[in-house]
Design a protein around this ligand. Structure first.
Ligand SMILES: Cc1cc2nc3c(=O)[nH]c(=O)nc-3n(C[C@H](O)[C@H](O)[C@H](O)COP(=O)(O)OP(=O)(O)OC[C@H]3O[C@@H](n4cnc5c(N)ncnc54)[C@H](O)[C@@H]3O)c2cc1C
Ligand code: FES
Length: 283
């Protein structure tokens, strides 16, 4: 068969960790030589034979034979993924796109902000930052969700909360912990309330990933803390098909989000038409 850029490589499911009913962490065994080097904020195209493909963010900073993806059951492809058993195989293409700007972040204070499932790419970034902790100044993580029962990576956050070299603010709009879940000191409030609690200033580089509706509010808070638009990096979720700049599904204001993004600098994003993420945000 002729090689094409759409040819996936084989990934074998080794383990599934059920974090909530609809959010599972999938661990696949891959041949690292078949995928390019993976960087936080990039995504892969996941192919379930006979069903279809969808883009999924890298969820860990690993570059070895294990690929970790945090997947929410949303439709056809993700439904099929939830039916896989250990030993089943799927196809993976990528990694694609521009992730978080690690060179810009190095040597700076960093704040990583996640809303809901946005924690998936943010996890790969905070793992990266923590394995190279000496390369960064102050590190702050802000994580917001609708219900506290939806808090993902609960055991990892429990461990992180014991560290004194990282500030963590977890906020839920409604407290709903099940008895079987280890308690987490989440506070009542939105992600913007958590940003207000964090001591951030103009020395911070900020990475944000979450539902588009939260972006204008988050940007306003960050600007209120004196953080410049050049130092705010937003990961966008656009409808994607090919992942490689061919189909046009992800076109936004003259750019293919799958190639120029999914992570964009706010100061650049502003000038792209259809960037609803900036609507109503004062300059
Ligand atoms: C760069 C990028 C990174 C991403 N990273 C992740 C990630 O890390 N994890 C993750 O889980 N997702 C991620 N996504 C989102 C994921 O790609 C989408 O959820 C994708 O559409 C799932 O494909 P699907 O075939 O399962 O769902 P689709 O069939 O495409 O369904 C998508 C939407 O349609 C709705 N829908 C589907 N079926 C029905 C129905 N019968 N009735 C009503 N509504 C319906 C769903 O609620 C959902 O909102 C990412 C997307 C992008 C662009
Ligand atoms: S997803 Fe096809 S051009 Fe971006």
């Amino acid at each position: 068969m002729q090689p094409t850029p759409f040819m996936p490589s084989r990934a074998v499911l080794r383990e599934v960790i059920e974090m909530t009913d609809d959010n599972h962490l999938f661990k696949f065994t891959i041949d690292p030589a078949q995928l390019g080097k993976r960087e936080p904020g990039q995504f892969v195209q996941v192919w379930v034979p006979g069903v279809g493909e969808c883009p999924i963010s890298l969820c860990s900073e690993r570059n070895d034979e294990v690929l970790e993806l945090c997947i929410r059951r949303a439709g056809r492809v993700t439904d099929a993924l939830f039916k896989l058993k250990a030993g089943d195989w799927i196809g993976i293409r990528g990694p694609y796109g521009h992730g978080f700007p690690l060179d810009e972040f190095r040597g700076r204070d960093v704040c990583l902000i996640a809303g809901g499932l946005g924690i998936a790419p943010i996890r790969s970034l905070f793992q990266y930052v923590l394995t190279k902790r000496y390369q960064f100044g102050r590190v702050t993580v802000v994580y917001g969700m609708r219900h506290s029962i939806d808090l993902l990576f609960r055991h990892e956050f429990k461990a992180l909360l014991t560290r004194d070299d990282i500030d963590i603010f977890i906020g839920a709009e409604e407290m709903m912990d099940g008895p079987e879940l280890p308690p987490i000191p989440a506070q009542l409030g939105r992600v913007t309330d958590m940003i207000r609690l964090a001591s951030l200033d103009s020395n911070f580089e900020v990475a944000v990933c979450g539902p588009p509706v939260m972006y204008p509010y988050v940007i306003k808070e960050l600007k209120g803390k004196g953080i410049d638009e050049h130092n705010i990096w937003l990961s966008l979720e656009r409808h994607m098909k090919c992942g490689i700049g061919k189909c046009g599904h992800c076109f936004i204001g003259g750019e293919f989000a799958c190639q120029s993004g999914p992570v964009f600098q706010l100061s650049k994003l502003r000038f792209l038409a259809e960037s609803t993420e900036c609507e109503g945000v004062p300059r």
